[in-house]
Ligand binder design. Structure first.
Ligand code: FAD
Ligand code: ZN
Length: 469
């Protein structure tokens, strides 16, 4: 590769100031968890779709590979360059415009680098809801959300990023632009290309814009915490909540005692309204009729749950500030566990009915392997998605624990996931973290089809090579 000729072409395409080299690249080269550090030949920051296309053409002609990056909040090491110093990191951050909102069609079209929270706020300003919500929303981008098919806390009601996307604009490996920004709900004109790019983690093309599905804002919303004696009770509470609230159940998160303890330990300023219990559930009910209706629903639900012995105690937020504080408890778990030290992370999904048995037998197997191991088990129970993370025994060096135990811990967890009909990646993707696991555990015919698709769309292997596949 002729690096200096490539850099000259890139500077001509986007301007001198948007081609970064050296020290200024550092934040783009280190992942959020600080687990992987790469080194780019340059970080290039295009301002338009045409500039992205020009960058891809330049890279293709020099045989340089590209790593697309949005907010760099991904958790599987998929958005940072490798260590070769030869890759171009393509940052979409400058492409952050809201292009259009069509209230009658309930859609909005935004550029890929638009921060998720900015997109949410733009929809809300029109009295509408963009229903993707996750703790990284102040930093992650819509392009990254689609590239990872992000989930978050409202999937049980509104679906994941895939279900919230109607159209897409993509720069292909030939440097052409696919103009697919349609806001149609129905379009059966052949293969669904949009769904190929959703969840492709930057390996098939560069998403430059998307048309997203909006919903009416709920008129009323209530949040509550409930204490459960075990996971079986939490699963039964979920079924009861669905019966009472139907589509009004917009959040159902569960946290084990150790995750709440970590928040208590590392974020003591956050009030915890309930006494410690084996499982804490966070419920959110929404109503199109208003707060009084949501309140009545919630009271009936919690009353019956208490009667049935599914919960021991509950606390209902009395204001928006209190509701935010309850969500903050849930969303602070990743931060609290980070302060406790690196742990072995699993983002898994299972049939909800299988979760109590899976957790009981897997926890027992892990404790047999590492006596004293601590399980940070929390997540989107309403979607059957657990963040099932294994922390070193109290006082043990986390780095050593990871080095010595990660393969054996993963073998136990992923083996059990497979045995229970689950998935080794529910919402974070594959990246470099789970590439080998995917190769070992995905259906071999599916893997072969994925490789064929990669070859057909990106024959030169330009986009994010050696990630996912
Ligand atoms: P990046 O990290 O920049 O990139 C992620 C991947 O997408 C990379 O492979 C990259 O190459 C690719 N990519 C990025 N932009 C483009 C583009 N325009 N075109 C093509 N490929 C692209 N995820 C969930 O699903 N649910 C959660 O609840 C959740 N909570 C989180 C909480 C925290 C605190 C953090 C740090 C992360 C969380 N995540 C969660 C991880 C999640 O994947 C990301 O937050 C988000 O979806 C990634 O967006 P990003 O813009 O930061 O992408
Ligand atoms: Zn999550």
């Amino acid at each position: 590769m002729n690096a200096s000729a490539l850099l000259t072409e890139l500077r001509a395409a986007v301007g001198e100031a948007q081609v970064l080299q050296g020290e200024t690249c550092a934040p783009y080269e280190l992942d959020w968890r600080k687990r992987w550090r790469g080194q780019a030949l340059a970080v290039v920051r295009p301002g338009s779709t045409e500039e992205v296309a020009a960058i891809v053409r330049a890279c293709a002609s020099h045989g340089a590979s590209l790593v697309p990056q949005g907010g760099n909040t991904g958790l599987v090491g998929g958005g940072i360059p490798d260590a070769s110093g030869q890759q171009i990191l393509l940052s979409l951050q400058r492409m952050n415009r809201i292009r259009a909102i069509d209230a009658a069609n309930l859609t909005m079209t935004v550029e890929a680098g638009c921060v998720l929270q900015t997109a949410q706020q733009a929809a809300e300003a029109e009295g509408l809801l963009f229903a993707l919500s996750l703790a990284a929303e102040g930093t992650c981008t819509v392009g990254g959300n689609l590239a990872t098919n992000a989930g978050g806390t409202q999937v049980l009601r509104y679906g994941n990023a895939r279900e919230l996307c109607l159209g897409m604009e993509v720069v292909t490996a030939t440097g052409e632009v696919w103009h697919g920004l349609s806001g149609l709900r129905k379009d059966n004109t052949g293969y669904d290309l949009r769904d190929l790019f959703v969840g492709s983690e930057g390996t098939l093309g560069v998403i430059t814009a998307a048309t997203l599905k909006l919903h009416p804002l709920p008129a009323g919303q209530l949040t509550a915490l409930a204490a459960c004696a075990d996971l079986g009770a939490a699963v039964a509470l979920l079924a009861l909540a669905r019966r009472h609230a139907g589509a009004g159940l917009t959040g159902f998160e569960a946290m084990n005692a150790f995750s709440m303890n970590l928040v208590r330990r590392h974020l003591p300023a956050l009030p915890q309204p309930l006494a410690a219990s084996p499982w804490t559930v966070l419920l959110e009910l929404s109503s199109s009729e208003g707060e009084a209706h949501a309140n009545a629903l919630l009271e009936r639900l919690l009353g019956e749950a208490l009667e049935l012995g599914l919960i021991q105690d509950a606390s209902v937020a009395q204001s928006l500030a209190q509701a935010r504080a309850l969500w903050q408890l849930r969303e602070s778990i990743p931060l609290a566990q980070g302060q406790e030290g690196l742990n072995i992370k699993h983002d898994i999904s299972l049939p909800i009915s299988a979760i109590p048995a899976f957790c009981a037998s897997t926890e027992a197997a892990l404790l047999q392997l590492v006596p004293g191991a601590r399980l940070v088990n929390f997540g989107h129970l309403g979607d059957g998605n657990l963040h099932f993370n294994v922390q070193a025994p109290e006082g043990e060096d986390p780095a050593r624990f990871l080095r010595e135990q990660e393969p054996a811990v993963n073998a136990i967890v992923y083996g059990a996931v497979q045995a229970h009909g689950g998935s080794i990646s529910a919402e974070h993707g594959i990246g470099q973290l789970k590439r080998e696991e995917l190769a070992a555990r995905k259906d071999p015919v599916a893997l072969q089809l994925m490789r064929h698709i990669k070859k057909a769309l990106d024959p030169q292997g330009l986009f994010n090579p050696n990630r996912m596949l």
